[in-house]
Design a protein around this ligand. Structure first.
Ligand code: CTP
Length: 413
């Protein structure tokens, strides 16, 4: 792989010649771009010797290669790794600043971005750094470390750049993974639908869409093309998906149906409202016109997942594979949760359902974690979690991706 190694001015920069050597030994081509501060901490000659390439750090110097240096390097790279990534470089990347050669090339680089942060614990813990890291991770950046240990300032804590050996291992492990969904299209729904009562009021629910976004990211990670049909989200749409916005249940059904034929797999994580007003009042309904009590009449929304199941059964098609989510209140009783999951699975005619008991701590809406049962129509049951929503999403997709329905079916053209 062609790796652009960005070195910024953390003390761990002195370890980067070893990192370059290890990356090359693992079979990668490496070109290095540095900040000026990095060159206070590591010798340019050492980096040029181990990489066999000129080290680039000036935006406006005579060009080493033909063309526009930062654009050429950005296009050349199949992966950008910043090690060490200082708080300063992380902040610049989060803001999209390009005020030196390294940040200019990174801003122009479409390749996946990996960061191996290295800094003092207090800088790592600072809310600004936390927010900048979270923003980059949401855009698809991956983190290696930082590790806990002795820091250059003499203290001990989290902030140490991972050792070069571990950085190379993490990259190798990621790229050696079986991209089981390569060539497949996964349609994921996420977020809370809104059913408008009038021009300023709506019915909705507390879903943030975090689980759906985690499923979308996990599908990308397994090599899939991802269509994310999303209603209202409390988190950002991840980079790399085809995003389609649908506010209400009816709009979401329309969006899902118009993309269904492209999908090998549909994962319905959206918290779709079950009831809606039969019509939306055109303006704002005034209190004086309503009086003390507003008696609302609500009608059922279309059940999107059940509709997909019905259509598939009627047509005899085997695709798309359908996976639903079920938020249940089972009072912590696993058997009851399984019974409810199985009932919903057969009612909606889907292939699998991930059921969680929202009365169990760590499961369900809005939080960072989840746990539950992945129940297949063929009888298999896999408990998933507890873990972060990313971990649970990734375990869920790995199970689903190895189902006969996915493995046996040839990819769609
Ligand atoms: N779902 C859907 N369309 C709806 C309601 C739900 O496609 N109108 C999907 C959800 O995205 C989820 C699954 O159906 O994948 C189960 O949703 P859930 O709210 O647990 O079930 P409901 O069908 O609403 O049943 P109930 O609320 O009675 O448990």
């Amino acid at each position: 792989m062609r790796i652009l190694l960005g070195v910024s001015g953390g003390i761990a920069a002195y370890k980067t010649p070893d990192l370059v050597r290890r990356l090359k030994r693992a079979g990668h081509e490496v070109r290095v771009a540095c900040t000026h501060s990095a060159l206070e901490l590591v010798s340019r000659t050492a980096l040029e010797t181990v990489s066999g390439e000129p080290v680039l750090f000036e935006t406006f110097t005579p060009r080493v290669h033909a063309g526009v240096e930062h654009i050429d390097l950005a296009s050349w790279a199949e992966l950008a790794l910043v090690a060490p990534a200082t708080a300063n470089v992380i902040a610049k990347l989060a803001c999209g600043l390009a005020d030196d050669f390294l940040t200019t090339v990174l801003l122009a680089c479409p390749a996946p971005l990996w960061l191996a942060p290295g800094m003092n614990t207090r800088m790592w813990d600072h809310p600004a750094t936390r927010a900048n890291v979270a923003c980059l991770v949401e855009r698809g950046a991956r983190l290696i470390g930082p590790d806990e240990g002795e820091l250059a300032c003499g203290t001990t804590g989290v902030g140490r750049m991972s050792e070069p050996e571990r950085i190379v291992e993490a990259l190798q492990a990621h790229h050696a993974r079986d991209l089981v969904l390569r060539g497949r299209t996964v349609l994921v729904t996420a977020g809370a639908t809104r059913e408008p009562l009038d021009a300023v009021r709506f019915l909705s629910n507390p879903s943030t869409g975090r689980m759906g976004v985690a499923v979308a990211r996990a599908a990308l990670d397994l090599g899939a093309r991802v269509i994310l049909v999303h209603a209202h989200l409390g988190v950002k749409v991840p980079a790399g998906v085809e995003a389609v916005f649908a506010s209400s249940a009816v709009a979401m059904q329309g969006a899902v149906l118009s993309h269904r034929d492209r999908a090998d797999l549909v994962v319905m994580t959206a918290a779709v409202g079950d009831f809606m007003p039969p019509e939306t009042a055109p303006g704002k309904v005034k209190k004086e016109d309503v009086g003390e009590t507003w008696n609302l009449t609500l009608v059922r929304t279309p059940d999107i997942l059940a509709g997909l199941g019905q259509d598939r059964e009627r047509s005899g098609a085997r695709r798309p594979l359908l996976v639903g989510f079920a938020a249940e209140t089972a009072g912590g009783d696993q058997d009851r949760l399984l019974t409810l999951a199985r009932q919903k699975l057969s009612r909606k005619r889907c292939d699998a359902i991930f059921a969680n008991d929202v009365q169990v701590p760590g499961a369900g809406f809005a939080g960072d974690t989840n746990l539950g049962l992945l129940v297949f129509a063929d009888g298999r049951v896999h408990p998933l979690g507890p873990g972060t929503k990313d971990q649970v999403a990734s375990a869920l997709l790995s199970e689903v991706a190895s189902s006969p329905g996915i493995v046996a079916a040839p990819p769609l053209p």
